[in-house]
Design a protein around this ligand. Structure first.
Ligand SMILES: [Zn+2]
Length: 415
């Protein structure tokens, strides 16, 4: 199958120059090409060219892109997409003045979603998640990370990760599974935390690793979740079992997550709303990705991660939705890009690289997706506009026209 994306008004390659990701001033360069064409053969990009004359009979499909932007498919590198139940009543409480932490202390929050998720069969969870993945696809998302963490027992954590495996076979978005058994301490272990850490390290991690059910292991390091010693125990064990590491840290309190993440060689540190200046300096000297979640700051009305300062200091940043029922109920990644410009101080080009090449790097997928380059997988988003800046400028609007995954059209939207 040969496809020609014919003379797009703008092509954003998002191709990094010397490294596998972009940082500092390079982050402000999206690799803009005007009036270029892109050729796909089977699942790969085989040419990006300024040639204007083509023999259309050489192609199985020609898409006229003269009024469109062609860019890499978007990557949502941090989500909790599999869950059951709604927490709209907690939202109502928050609107009336209660804090996220207060609601969690009263038995709301994650543990409530856990109760609802435990009750569902794998098939029910799969169906709920399929509908949500369709929503993600409509925004041009071609790769997504999904965490477990609403099971918090042996059976349900495995059920969630098996659900990811089933979802991979049932729909076209590539899913990267992350084990987040250490999301919070489940109710039945409140008075015996060490037994829960033991369940994670001695039962769940070996089982998940042996069955190849997750690529990453993640922990929520926070006062209401896991402390620094517990976090270290879990991540060290995951590392022994060949899982790559991620860490939720510095969301409400700075508890030493950056130091630990650097020491253990995590791939990304996520949240970082309360990161200290000292930790920004340390992080800037590493290749660890700081995954910024603007929708969480917006929805919880908590401070925004100081992305401007982090980028200026040289940190590698990416942006994700953190889609979940408690702290970000939107799957609209372009909306997060808009919020990141206005409230995290990021530039338009910076947010585009943050949901493409840098997000790919944070998931260890930069060798095949995240940028438009000859030889890379053809994961492409075609926008229904000729000016890529509109994707960030119009907030809440959907500019998706066509989504291509591995060289196949997987979504088309009529405008
Ligand atoms: Zn999260």
């Amino acid at each position: 199958m040969r496809i020609l994306l014919y003379r797009s008004a703008q092509t954003l390659t998002c191709k990094p120059v010397n490294q596998k990701f972009k940082r500092s001033t390079e982050l402000n360069n999206v690799g803009l090409l005007e009036d270029y064409s892109l050729i796909i053969e089977d699942d790969q990009i085989t040419d990006i060219t300024s040639i204007k004359d083509f023999d259309f009979s050489n192609f199985d499909l020609v898409i006229d892109c003269r009024k469109n932007v062609v860019m890499p498919g978007l990557i949502d590198s941090h989500t909790h997409l599999i869950f059951s139940g709604s927490r709209s009543d907690e939202f109502e409480m928050r609107v009336a003045g209660k804090s996220y932490e207060e609601i969690a202390e009263k038995g709301g929050g994650i543990v409530r979603t856990v109760e609802a998720t435990r009750k569902e069969t794998k098939e029910q969870l799969t169906q709920l998640s399929l509908d949500r993945l369709k929503e993600s696809l409509s925004y041009g998302i071609t790769t997504i990370e999904i965490k477990s963490g609403y099971g918090l027992d042996f059976e349900t954590e495995l059920k969630m990760l098996e659900c990811v495996k089933d979802l991979q076979a049932l729909q076209p978005i590539e899913i990267i599974p992350t084990f987040l058994g250490a999301h919070t301490i489940p109710r039945e272990f409140q008075n015996n935390r060490s037994a829960y850490v033991d369940l994670i390290t001695n039962k769940l991690i070996p089982e998940i690793s042996n069955r190849n059910l997750a690529k990453f292991c993640d922990v929520f390091l926070e006062k209401t979740a896991f402390n620094i010693e517990e976090t270290r125990t879990i991540l060290e064990q995951a590392k022994k079992y060949n899982l790559d590491l991620k860490l939720h840290c510095d969301q409400f309190n700075s508890l030493g997550g950056v130091d630990l993440g650097i020491e253990l060689g995590v791939k990304s540190l996520d949240h970082l709303e309360m990161i200290t200046n000292e930790d920004i300096q340390k992080l800037s000297k590493t290749d660890i990705v700081a995954t910024i979640l603007p929708g969480v700051s917006y929805f919880l009305k908590i401070p925004f991660t100081p992305a401007r300062k982090m980028i200026d200091e040289g940190c590698v940043v990416s942006i994700a939705t953190d889609f979940n029922p408690g702290s970000c109920t939107s799957q609209n990644l372009p909306l997060m890009m808009n919020i990141a410009t206005l409230y995290n101080g990021m530039k338009l080009n910076e947010v585009i690289n943050s949901v493409t090449i840098n997000a790919a790097y944070s998931l260890g997928l930069d060798h095949k997706v995240g940028s438009l380059e000859i030889g890379k997988q053809a994961d492409i988003l075609i926008l229904n506009t000729s000016d890529y800046k509109n994707l960030v400028y119009y907030f809440g609007r959907n500019f998706t026209k066509t989504v291509i995954k591995k060289g196949k059209i997987i979504y088309e939207r009529n405008h």
